[in-house]
Design a protein around this ligand. Structure first.
Ligand SMILES: CC(=O)[C@@H](O)[C@H](O)COP(=O)(O)O
Ligand SMILES: NCC(=O)COP(=O)(O)O
Length: 243
């Protein structure tokens, strides 16, 4: 079974646009769970342009499914995560000014740093996932740094899927995802995926990477919800994830 964690960043973007509390992020998270989400993901960025550090504190007692906090492990981020203690922390190598996440970790180059931060998170009882490109040679570094899971960065997959839409089975890049997933499982790592997954490309990914434990989806899901409604949209995404 693959769990759907709804990334609620973009609801916070909308709220912040007017400075008030509409939509109410806490209600959104609770409604996502009520509508079938099996996790809530947030990605507090240094400029707090969507998720604010206070949101993370406020969400913690309300989230009854899996709470996943994503981000670059800066000192401030680590202090927040270690204090809030979510179920899972996903480490992403984003520079402070990133518009959105656009690559995975080089687990060789940053091995010592990753080992240190993952050690701190694990000591606090937090499961750690690290964001990885579909690069089979970076998986061993995730394992030796102490990660429990990897999250496959699916941005390039989504782009290629859209381009090769008529014959997705010919996707060249997809073999790299398959090999990376296989290597992760062989080394005892669990598998997440995320970024730019949507109602078009999700089913193909799920069918070909059956080891997938969880996907986190935000941007496309929120866009779909504008047309289809949040409850219906969450159900449609869950349908794509059926075994
Ligand atoms: C790690 C990842 O892929 C997501 O967190 C994505 O970057 C969403 O962040 P934004 O909503 O800021 O684009
Ligand atoms: N980890 C990926 C995520 O949380 C959502 O990414 P996106 O669906 O907003 O691109």
């Amino acid at each position: 079974m693959t769990k759907l964690s709804v990334n609620i960043n973009k609801f916070a973007t909308l709220r912040n646009a007017r400075g008030g509390n509409m939509p109410d992020l806490l209600k959104v998270a609770q409604d996502c769970e009520r509508f079938g989400a099996e996790g809530i993901t947030v990605h507090p960025r240094p400029d707090q342009r969507h998720i604010r550090y206070q949101d993370v504190w406020d969400l913690k007692p309300l989230v009854t499914t899996e709470f996943n906090i994503e981000g670059y492990p800066s000192r401030e981020f680590m202090e927040l995560v270690l204090a809030v203690k979510p179920h899972q922390c996903t480490l992403v190598p984003d520079p402070p000014d990133a518009i959105t996440s656009n690559t995975g970790w080089d687990t060789d180059k940053h091995q010592a740093f990753l080992k240190d931060v993952i050690g701190q998170l694990k000591k606090a009882g937090i499961r750690v996932s690290i964001f990885l490109n579909a690069q089979v040679d970076k998986v061993a570094g995730a394992k030796s740094a102490g990660a429990d899971r990897i999250e496959l960065y699916t941005g390039p997959y989504a782009e290629e899927y859209a381009n090769a839409y008529t014959q997705p089975q010919n996707l060249q890049l997809f073999n790299d995802y398959k090999h990376t997933a296989r290597e992760a499982v062989a080394l005892g790592l669990e598998l997440n995926a995320g970024h730019d997954l949507n109602l078009d490309n999700l089913r193909f990914f799920k069918l070909h990477i059956p080891q997938l434990k969880e996907v986190s989806i935000g941007h496309a899901l929120v866009c779909d919800a504008l047309y289809l409604g949040l409850e219906n949209t969450i159900q449609l995404y869950k349908r794509q994830l059926m075994d």
